[in-house]
Write a protein that binds this ligand. Structure first.
Ligand code: GLU
Length: 330
């Protein structure tokens, strides 16, 4: 009798445990009440990867309370992340603000697929600059000098490939005919530049980034190329804003001043199908531990709670909105 009672008690405990944490349609459950979610990031030499790592570190600290485990995956970048979130392969992803707008409105890479109406914003993260780095020996002073050169514009799953094409088009260059465009992952570009296999590469990324640290630390001398005369581009696309590359992060680059360009914001996205509880908990932990979060990467230094609600096109996920309303940010 005693054994039966203990068994019933155990069953109740397990059942209560399993139902106490409402899990998302897409989140992986182990059937023990523990929920696993994954954040899609970018290449390991970018800032998305450490940003995802920072979020997971902060949320996972509260594992005993939430029974929620956040893992991070290195991916091809923004476009890949949107598609993986929409397919239910990832619960979260970091996505450039321009890509978030295009996906939600069914533009660019999503022209044929249509509007990604289930895409949801959680918050904005660090600013990212469209960055062009060239070897000093390749004779590239302006973006126009890329004519005839071997240039990595980025892999098709990246956000930066589209920004590179926009910058080239704005400079009057046809990326398919006027230069030898490589479409490789940004994580390979620094080594390729140092090995003399490309003359320059584009990468839309926060600063400092591992990629440009690596590319500026080699034997081949390199410099950042300004992307100027961009008024038309900024007028045409509201998600672009003027920005600059703070040269203090790269003492080995041969530039002697900050470099003008334009940029976007990194944003943290999810799907309407991910549960309110999970998004609420993650949003709350990021915002309530913002100082710890900021300390995890120098690109996050300038973040403020207010700035983290700017630059979002897709509707806020109800879980994030609930938290922002609770603390008066919305
Ligand atoms: N902005 C890049 C992209 O969307 C990724 C940058 C990073 O990983 O920090 O593909």
């Amino acid at each position: 009798m005693k054994k039966v009672l203990i068994l019933i008690l155990c069953c109740c405990l397990v059942f209560g445990f399993a139902t106490s944490c409402k899990k998302s349609d897409t989140a992986q459950s182990t059937g023990t009440g523990k929920t696993f979610v994954t954040i899609g990031t970018g290449g390991v030499t970018g800032v998305y990867y450490p940003a995802g790592g920072a979020i997971s570190k902060i949320v996972n600290k509260k594992y005993d309370e939430y029974k929620l485990k956040v893992t991070v995956e290195s991916t091809g970048g923004s476009v890949f992340n949107v598609n993986a979130i929409m397919a239910g392969d990832l619960e979260f992803g970091i996505v450039q603000s321009d890509r978030q707008a295009q996906a939600f409105n069914g533009e660019a890479e999503w022209k044929d697929k249509g509007k990604q109406t289930d895409l949801r914003s959680v918050c904005a993260l660090h600013p990212e600059s469209v960055t062009l780095l060239a070897a000093d020996d390749a004779g590239i002073k302006t973006i126009m000098d890329l004519k005839g050169k071997k240039v990595n514009i980025g892999n098709p799953g990246s956000g930066n490939r589209g920004n590179a094409i926009d910058a080239l088009t704005n400079a009057g260059l046809d990326w398919e005919n006027d230069l030898k465009a490589e479409q490789l992952k940004a994580s390979e570009a620094a080594k390729m530049l140092q090995d003399d296999r490309i003359d320059a590469y584009f990468y839309t990324v926060g600063h400092p980034s591992g990629s440009f640290k690596e590319a500026t630390a080699g034997r081949r001398k390199v410099h950042f190329v300004p992307i100027e005369n961009i008024d038309d581009l900024l007028n045409k696309y509201s998600y672009y804003a003027a920005s600059y590359i703070p040269i203090k992060h790269y003492p080995n680059a041969t530039n002697d001043a900050d470099v003008p360009t334009y940029g976007v914001k990194a944003t943290f996205c999810t799907s309407a199908k991910v549960s309110e509880d999970i998004v609420y908990v993650i949003t709350k932990e990021i915002f309530e531990n913002l100082n710890d979060f900021k300390a995890l990467h120098p690109a996050f230094e300038i973040l403020t709670k207010e700035s983290m609600l700017e630059g979002l096109t897709a509707p806020l996920h109800p879980g994030a909105e609930k938290y922002f309303k609770e603390v008066g940010l919305k």
